[in-house]
Design a protein around this ligand. Structure first.
Ligand code: C2E
Ligand code: MG
Ligand code: MG
Length: 751
C-alpha cells in the first residue's frame, strides 16, 4: 500500500469527518434493516392474527347457517310424525275433535319438538285450532298470520298441481311449504304440511285437506341452543341493525332473499387474543433489540473513531520525526517531488539545502542525550523562525536537517538565508541548565540548474555538504561540477580500496622504530599501513584511512594491521609494538574483546601492545570507548595519546587521563631549537607528564638539533626520520638483528 502523507495540517477530527460517511451509511443501513425487520415481524403477526380471526368468523357464520338450515329442515320432519296419520284426518277433517287435536297435534308438538306455535287450518285455511307456548289458544282469530297464510296458499297450489299424487305414488315426500318469516314481530321458521291418511282405508278428496302449520321462533330457544351448543357468546337477534363493532352478524333471509334481520354475537377471536398477549412481549423484544443495535452502533462509532485516530497518528508518525514533529525523510522526499514538479513547469527555482551540525556529538557526550534532544528542538525552533511560510524544513536523521527553499529568485536570496542559518545556529544554546555551542555546515543544490531529478539533486546537495564540512564547518557551499568529480574520485578510490583489501597484497604494514632517548636504543616500533596502488602508486594513509572510516572498512584495516604487527614484530626484541586505532574502531562494543582474542591467537602478551589514540578519540569517545579502554588496560595493553597538543585541550586536564604515554605532535617538535616558545611548551609538557607518571615520546624528530634539545629536557623516547623512517618488516628484522642504535647509522633505507 502506498501511504501518502496528509497534505494539510492533519488532524484526527478532520480525518474522522472525512471518513464518517461510510459509518453513517452503515448506521443508516442498520436502522433501516431494524425498521424493516420490525415492520415485517409486526406485519406477519398481524396478518396471522387476522387470518386466524377471519377463519374463526367464517367458521362461526357457517355454524349459524348450519344451525338455521338444520332448524328449518327439522320442523317438517317433526310434522311428518303426525301429518300422515289416519287418526289425524279422522279427528280434524272428518269430525273436528278439539281435545284430541290439542293433545296430539298441539301440546305434543310443543312438548316433544319445541314447536312454539301450532295452527290447524281447515280446507278454507281458517284457523280451527291454535296452540302457543304449550297451551291451547282460546278463540283464536280465524285468519292465520300472513306468513302462514302465504305458505298455506302456496302448499294448496302445489297440492292442486299434483304434489300429493306424487307422494301417494311413492315418488316424493309429503308436500310442505316452509320459510323463514317474521311472526308477531319475531323471526321464525314456519312450516305448513297437509294432514293425510297413512292407509287406504280413509279417503280424502283433493282440496279438502286440513293443514298443520308449525312455528319455531328463532329468538328464544333456538338462540339459547346456539349459545349453549355452538358456543356463540351473547348471540341475539336484531331486526334494527344495531350491530356493534365488536359483534359479528349473520343475516336472516327468507327464501325469496328478503333480509328480515340478523343474528349477532361477540366472537371469541383467537388472533386478537394472541395479538393482545404477544404484542407487549414483541414490543419489549423489539425495543431491546433496538437498544442493542443503538449500543452497537455507538460502540462501533467509538471503535471506528479510535481506529481512525490511531491510524492518523500512525500516519503522522510514519511521516514525521517524533522529537521535533518535523517531516521526516520520507515525507520530505515527497514534498521535494511536489516542489520539483512546480519547478519543472517553469514557474520558479528551488534550493535544496542539506544541513549537518558540527560538534553535536560532543554536546550529547558531555551534557547527556536529554540535552542533545533539547538542543535539536531549540535548533528546529530557530530554523523555523527564519524560514518563509512556503519553505519545507525536515529532520533527516540525528543531527541532519534539510530545507526546500521555494520560489527562489536568485542565488543571493539563498546566500542570505544561509547566512541567517549560520548566525542563528552559532549563537550559544541554553539547554537543560548547560550551555552548548554548535556549528552547522550547509550544502546547496539549485533546481533546475542542478537538475530536476530528486535523487540527483539530493546527491549534489550532499556533495556540497561534504565539501562544506571539509572546509571546516560553519560554512555553506553551492554545488559545482568540480565537487562532483572529487566525489566521483572518492567513490572510485573506495572501490579500489575494497579490491585492494580483497586481493591482500597491495596493503602492507611497515614499522617505524622508537628509541629510548638516553642511549638512543631501539625500544619499540609503531606499525603503520602502506597502500601501494599498482597503477597510481602509494596512497597516503591520511587519504585511505579517512576513506575507510567513512565507508566502514576501518575494522578490516585495523584487523590487518594488528595481525601484521603481531606476526612480524612479535619475535623482535623490542618493548612495545604500537598500533594506531581510530575513534570509530574504539567505539565498537566488542573492540577490546576482539583485540585480546587476536593477541591470544597470535601468542602475543598484551603487555607488549600499545594502542595510539588521539585526544579527540579520548575526549569525544562514547561509553563504549571508555569501557574498551578500561578492558584493554586491565589486560595490560598500554595506551598512548598520539599527536598530543593538536586537540587544543587543556594540558593539565589531559594529564589526568588514564594513559601510559603521550606522543608530542611533530608540529611542536618541528620548531624546537628554533623557537623559544615551542621549546618552552614542549618542556612544560614533559615536566607535567613526568609529574603524573606519564612517559613522553617526541615524534617527527628530523634534526640533530631537535634530538639534542629533546634529550636535554628529559624526553623519554624519540621517533622520526632522523632516527629511522618507517621500514618494511624485512628491513626491521635486519635492524633488530644488528641491534643498531638507529637506522640512519645502519645505512638501511627507508621503506
Ligand atoms: P601518526 O600515527 O602520527 O604516524 C606518524 C606519521 O608521521 C607517519 O605518517 C610517519 O610516516 C610520519 N613520520 C614519522 N617520522 C616523521 C618525521 O620525522 N617527519 C615527518 N614529516 N613525518 C614523520 P604516515 O605513515 O603517513 O601516517 C599518517 C597517519 O595515518 C598516522 O599518523 C596515523 O594517524 C594514520 N595511520 C597510519 N597507519 C594507521 C593504522 O594502521 N591505523 C590507523 N587508525 N591509523 C593509521
Ligand atoms: Mg601514531
Ligand atoms: Mg602522530
Amino acid at each position: 500500500m502506498l501511504l501518502r502523507p496528509p497534505q494539510a495540517t492533519s488532524s484526527a477530527a478532520h480525518t474522522i469527518g472525512a471518513r464518517a460517511t461510510p459509518l453513517r451509511a452503515l448506521a443508516i443501513a442498520c436502522v433501516l434493516t431494524f425498521i424493516s425487520a420490525t415492520l415485517l415481524v409486526v406485519g406477519a403477526v398481524y396478518w396471522s392474527a387476522n387470518k386466524a380471526d377471519w377463519a374463526t368468523e367464517q367458521r362461526l357464520a357457517q355454524t349459524v347457517a348450519t344451525a338455521l338450515k338444520e332448524s328449518a329442515a327439522k320442523i317438517p320432519y317433526d310434522q311428518e310424525s303426525v301429518a300422515f296419520w289416519d287418526e289425524a284426518v279422522i279427528n280434524t277433517r272428518n269430525a273436528f275433535n278439539e281435545t284430541w287435536v290439542n293433545v296430539n297435534l298441539g301440546v305434543w308438538m310443543y312438548d316433544y319438538f319445541k314447536h312454539d306455535q301450532v295452527n290447524i287450518l281447515d280446507a278454507n285455511n281458517h284457523v280451527r285450532y291454535a296452540m302457543a307456548g304449550g297451551a291451547q289458544v282460546r278463540d283464536p282469530a280465524q285468519a292465520p298470520d300472513a306468513a302462514i297464510a302465504t305458505l298455506a296458499a302456496q302448499l294448496r297450489q302445489d297440492i292442486a298441481a299434483g304434489a300429493l299424487d306424487l307422494y301417494e305414488a311413492g315418488k316424493s315426500r309429503v308436500p310442505r311449504a316452509e320459510d323463514i318469516a317474521i311472526l308477531d314481530g319475531r323471526p321464525a321458521v314456519v312450516s305448513v304440511m297437509p294432514l293425510v291418511p297413512h292407509s287406504k282405508e280413509i279417503a280424502q278428496a283433493r282440496g279438502t285437506e286440513f293443514l298443520i302449520a308449525s312455528v319455531r321462533f328463532l329468538d328464544s330457544s333456538f338462540v339459547r341452543d346456539l349459545a349453549r351448543s355452538r358456543l356463540l357468546d351473547g348471540v341475539r337477534f336484531s331486526r334494527a341493525g344495531d350491530i356493534t363493532s365488536r359483534e359479528q352478524s349473520y343475516p336472516l333471509k327468507t327464501k325469496s332473499g328478503e333480509a328480515i334481520g340478523s343474528f349477532a354475537w361477540t366472537p371469541q377471536l383467537p388472533g386478537t387474543d394472541i395479538l393482545r398477549e404477544i404484542l407487549p412481549v414483541l414490543a419489549a423484544g423489539l425495543l431491546g433489540i433496538g437498544m442493542v443495535i443503538t449500543l452497537l452502533i455507538r460502540r462501533l462509532r467509538r471503535t471506528y473513531t479510535e481506529v481512525v485516530v490511531s491510524e492518523s497518528e500512525a500516519t503522522h508518525l510514519a511521516f514525521h520525526d517524533t522529537l521535533t514533529s518535523l517531516p521526516n525523510r520520507a515525507y520530505f522526499n515527497d514534498r521535494l517531488e511536489d516542489a520539483l514538479a512546480e519547478v519543472s513547469s517553469g514557474r520558479s527555482q528551488l534550493a535544496l539545502m542539506f544541513l549537518d551540525l558540527d560538534r553535536f556529538k560532543q554536546v550529547n557526550d558531555t551534557l547527556g542525550h536529554a540535552a542533545g534532544d533539547a538542543l535539536i528542538c531549540e535548533i528546529t525552533a530557530r530554523l523555523q523562525s527564519i524560514l518563509k511560510p512556503g519553505d519545507v524544513l525536515a529532520r533527516m536523521g540525528g543531527d541532519e536537517f534539510a530545507i526546500v527553499m521555494r520560489e527562489v529568485k536568485d542565488r543571493m536570496e539563498v546566500e542570505s538565508l544561509c547566512g541567517g542559518i549560520l548566525s542563528v545556529i552559532s549563537r550559544p544554546f541554553d539547554v537543560l541548565g548547560g550551555q552548548a555551542v554548535v556549528g552547522v555546515s550547509i550544502g546547496i543544490a539549485i533546481a533546475p540548474a542542478a537538475g530536476l531529478d530528486r535523487s540527483e539533486l539530493a546527491r549534489k546537495a550532499d556533495i556540497a555538504l561534504y565539501q562544506a564540512k571539509k572546509n571546516g564547518g560553519l560554512h555553506f557551499e553551492f554545488f559545482t561540477e568540480d565537487m562532483s568529480q572529487t566525489v566521483q574520485q572518492r567513490r572510485d578510490l573506495e572501490v579500489e580500496l575494497r579490491r585492494a583489501l580483497d586481493s591482500g597484497n597491495e596493503i602492507e604494514v611497515v614499522f617505524q622504530p622508537l628509541y629510548a632517548a638516553a642511549q638512543l636504543e631501539l625500544s619499540g616500533v609503531e606499525a603503520l599501513l602502506r597502500w601501494n596502488h599498482p597503477r597510481t602508486g602509494p596512497v597516503s594513509p591520511y587519504t585511505f584511512i579517512g576513506l575507510a572510516e567513512e565507508c566502514g572498512l576501518i575494522d578490516q584495516l585495523g584487523d590487518l594491521v594488528l595481525r601484521g604487527a603481531c606476526a612480524a614484530a612479535g619475535a623482535w626484541d623490542v618493548d612495545t609494538i604500537s598500533i594506531n586505532v581510530s575513534a570509530i574502531q574504539l567505539r565498537k562494543g566488542d573492540f577490546a574483546e576482539r583485540v585480546l582474542d587476536v593477541l591470544n591467537e597470535m601468542g602475543m602478551p598484551p603487555q607488549r601492545l600499545e594502542i595510539e589514540i588521539t585526544e579527540s578519540t579520548l575526549l569525544g569517545g562514547s561509553d563504549a570507548s571508555a569501557r574498551n579502554l578500561k578492558a584493554l588496560r586491565a589486560a595490560g595493553v598500554r595506551v598512548s595519546l598520539d599527536d598530543f597538543g593538536t586537540g587544543y585541550s587543556s594540558l593539565s586536564y589531559l594529564m589526568r587521563l588514564e594513559v601510559d604515554r603521550i606522543k608530542i605532535d611533530r608540529s611542536f617538535v618541528r620548531h624546537v631549537g628554533k623557537s623559544a616558545q615551542s621549546g618552552s611548551i614542549v618542556q612544560a609538557i614533559v615536566t607535567m607528564a613526568h609529574a603524573v607518571g606519564v612517559t613522553v615520546v617526541a615524534e617527527g624528530v628530523e634534526t640533530r638539533e631537535q634530538q639534542d634539545f629533546l634529550i636535554g629536557i628529559g624526553c623519554d623516547h624519540l621517533q622520526g626520520y632522523l632516527l629511522s623512517p618507517p621500514l618494511s618488516a624485512l628491513r626491521m628484522v635486519e635492524l633488530v638483528a644488528g641491534k643498531k642504535t638507529h637506522a640512519t647509522d645502519s645505512g638501511i633505507e627507508a621503506a
